[in-house]
Design a protein around this ligand. Structure first.
Ligand SMILES: Cc1cc2nc3c(=O)[nH]c(=O)nc-3n(C[C@H](O)[C@H](O)[C@H](O)COP(=O)(O)O)c2cc1C
Length: 210
């Protein structure tokens, strides 16, 4: 029997591939999205990637991507990765009939958060999120802003009440990460994967053997 890879779902020895949407909006923290997407691809899952216009600009700035690059994560070509333009409402996952297993919006700007909380779907990323909510499928939102005002908090509550899971990219300390940003990123990615039902060992879990 073949060994399964980390993050791979199996039934018996047959891997089960999930089909997921990852949305990147114009908040800080695209490194988390990049790590999530590469983990999912490595584990054999299929990823539809959609960035908002500002999402792509902020990601390129933070990840130091050369000007004029088309894709949001240019070093990440993979047969199971497909990137969609933010205005391409013809993408299959703009409809609830597409068999999508879940969506993660990471990072989620306060603007995209507000739109989703109020049913405004003026780009593909927001439409995909709306579809997840109406179809009662997993929608994981990683909001990034600090401090949060009442409007932000109300919008998060509205989305939580509609079934979304809110995973703020908070710091972890109980695993003694020292000054490693990548360990902090892996902690957030791990929490996202947990809520997608994808097993992972990206950080040392509380109570587990050292
Ligand atoms: C470098 C940079 C960083 C930003 N960081 C954040 C952020 O962390 N959180 C946030 O809500 N907005 C942030 N913004 C503002 C959003 O990009 C802006 O509100 C935009 O309209 C969001 O559009 P979108 O939700 O369609 O991506 C940032 C903008 C820039 C240029």
């Amino acid at each position: 029997m073949s060994e399964s890879k980390p993050g791979e779902l199996t039934t018996g020895s047959t891997p089960i591939s999930k089909e997921l949407v990852v949305g990147v909006s114009g908040a800080s923290g695209s490194i988390i999205a990049a790590r999530l997407v590469s983990y999912l691809l490595e584990a054999g899952h299929r990823v539809h990637l959609v960035a908002s216009k500002t999402g792509k600009l902020v990601a390129h700035d933070e990840l130091e991507v050369p000007e004029g690059t088309r894709g949001v994560f240019p070093d990440m070509e993979h047969e199971n990765l497909k990137e969609w333009g933010e205005k391409n409402f013809f993408a299959p996952f703009a409809s609830g009939t597409a068999p999508i297993d879940g969506m993660v919006i990471v990072p989620c700007s306060m603007s995209t958060l507000a739109s989703l909380a109020h049913g405004i779907s003026d780009n593909l990323l927001k439409r995909a999120g709306e579809v997840m909510l109406k179809e009662r499928r997993p929608l994981i939102i990683v909001p990034r802003e600090s401090p949060l005002d009442r409007i932000h908090l109300r919008n998060m509550l509205t989305l939580s009440e509609s079934g979304a899971v809110i995973i703020p990219p908070v710091l972890t300390f109980y695993q003694h990460p020292g000054d490693s940003v990548s360990e902090q990123v892996d902690f957030v990615v791990s929490r996202i994967l947990d809520h997608l039902g994808i097993s992972n060992e990206l950080f040392h879990r509380w109570g587990s053997e050292a």
